[in-house]
Design a protein around this ligand. Sequence first.
Ligand code: ADP
Ligand code: MG
Length: 240
Amino acid sequence: MIEFKNVNKHYGAFHVLKNITLTIRAGEVVVIIGPSGSGKSTLLRTINGLEPITSGELIVDGIPVHQKGTDLNKLRRNIGMVFQHFNLYPHMTVLENIILAPTKVLKMPRAEAEKIARFYLEKVGLLDKIHAYPAQLSGGQQQRVAIARGLAMRPKIMLFDEPTSALDPEMIGEVLAVMKMLAEEGMTMVIVTHEMGFAREVADRIVFMDQGEILEDAPPEEFFTRPKEERARAFLKRIL
Ligand code: ADP
Ligand code: MG
């Protein structure tokens, strides 16, 4: 589903992604961890072409993202992204937030988009908030709406960039539970998170990044019990 081959990216003179080679198969859940500034968000954002790469090859769902002239809009329709900050439109209700892209981008009839919105709101446990405005919801509820909004586009891949980092501790669990459900349903997911319990339980693989490099790529059991790299061991020691 996602294939990085010797991918490099620079911000000016700064080498932010160093020779990244990584394959993610359909249905896999890959959790990316690493210190702040190691390039995790940048890596995630290259997947839907939000950040152009400098060299190498990047194929996502059969689409050569690295090639000039590739229609990135087509790619982005198939990729949902959830950020740390929920990015819901404050002047729109939950329903309007969710049906916006399906009706505008996919040109879906409103009735159909509403049906899909209801389906995913029910899934994230918020059908009763369908006519609420974002400000009337807790942070955890807003983030679950943001996930429902992503799912309403029927994406093949969901990207999550620290989706619980801005939440009060008591709301983290409800968002992780929705993500776990998606994982169990076979969604292809790439997740940046500091929630190590979740990573250990839900991930098929842990990718550890430091200073723009992938230093480890291993199943959680292996990574958490026998990290090979000294920098991974030091990182785990700091956060666990
Ligand atoms: P992480 O998500 O692991 O914290 P990022 O991918 O956000 O790391 O950033 C990696 C490095 O790239 C950081 O040193 C950051 O300052 C730098 N960086 C991120 N975005 C930009 C940008 N648009 N221009 C220049 N440098 C950037
Ligand atoms: Mg980041």
